[in-house]
Design a protein around this ligand. Structure first.
Ligand code: ZN
Length: 289
């Protein structure tokens, strides 16, 4: 009597039904990742006892932490505070948050060995390929920052600020996103030639392919394939394909077509802006951002 049991899980789908029977855990409260407004409040909470420069804009910080949870934000604040302590200051400034955000989201900088000149240049063009396509495409997320400083496994990073707390995505957005993802490889090919392309784009391809697959197999966004969902997340036996051989062939062809079209578009945008990209690359390499 008078005992309330509360439990939390990230995987409610894997719980034993015996646990969920009436009289055990009666109510389910779904807690999603914090919204923009909530993240502002979380920042305020963790910064309550700290001195913060008035130029620090919490809303802009919250915007750039889309998808992070409270513990991550606490981590960002702690990293920023550490940075301030290290340099014997008292007030947290915008640059401290900049440093902390990058460290928490992209991993710490690796300054062990400097990249070879050519590799550095390749990474710079690759990232500019993402950034320039992303910047020029109407539906792609706005570009926040490019970096060619090594972090974790990443040789370079293009950082976007996704539109806040969006729950619905359009086909146009998916298509632009794919063009942006393929921009890295497109830039390598454009500036270094067909034989100099590198392994750096493999993760981009994985993400681009997944977007296209979801578009046509899950969201019914291809007219010819129609409004079906062939990607059943709950399918137990993944060896059974829910469509015919003929459809499988069409799907393969479709996926390839979408990716090829996006790659061509990417190359076109980059070709049109070649001079600009070369100038930006020089700056990126000089300053070693
Ligand atoms: Zn890339």
């Amino acid at each position: 009597t008078n005992i309330i049991v509360i439990a939390a899980t990230n995987r409610p789908d894997t719980l034993d039904p015996a646990l969920l029977r009436a009289g055990r855990f009666d109510r389910k409260v779904f807690v999603s990742v914090p919204t923009l407004e909530e993240r502002i409040q979380i920042f305020e909470y963790y910064l309550k006892s700290k001195k913060v420069d008035e130029k620090v804009n919490l809303e802009s910080l919250a915007k750039r932490t889309s998808g992070l949870v409270g513990a991550d934000i606490e981590n960002v604040v702690n990293e920023a505070a550490l940075q301030v302590a290290k340099s014997n200051r008292e007030v947290l400034e915008a640059k401290d948050f900049e440093y902390a955000l990058e460290k928490v989201i992209m991993g710490p900088e690796k300054k062990v060995k400097s990249m070879k000149e050519k590799e550095k240049k390749l990474v710079a063009y690759h990232e500019l390929g993402h950034a320039v396509t992303g910047h020029l495409l109407e539906n792609a997320d706005p570009i926040e920052k490019i970096s060619i400083v090594r972090r974790g496994h990443a040789l370079g990073v293009t950082w976007t600020t996704p539109e806040e707390d969006k729950n619905l995505y359009s086909k146009a957005k998916f298509l632009d996103e794919v063009v942006t993802l393929l921009g890295g490889r497109a830039a390598e090919e454009l500036f270094f030639g067909k034989d100099e392309i590198t392994t750096g784009a493999s993760n981009d391809f994985e993400r681009a392919t997944n977007i296209v697959k979801n578009m046509i197999l899950k969201y019914g966004m291809d007219e010819e394939i129609g409004t079906v969902n062939y990607l059943n997340d709950h399918e137990e036996n993944e060896f059974v394909r829910p469509y015919s051989e003929k459809m499988a062939e069409l799907l393969d062809q479709k996926i390839k077509n979408y990716l090829d079209t996006a790659y061509t578009k990417s190359k076109k945008i980059l070709t049109e802006n070649k001079d600009l990209i070369e100038k930006m690359c020089t700056i990126l390499l000089q300053k070693e951002y």
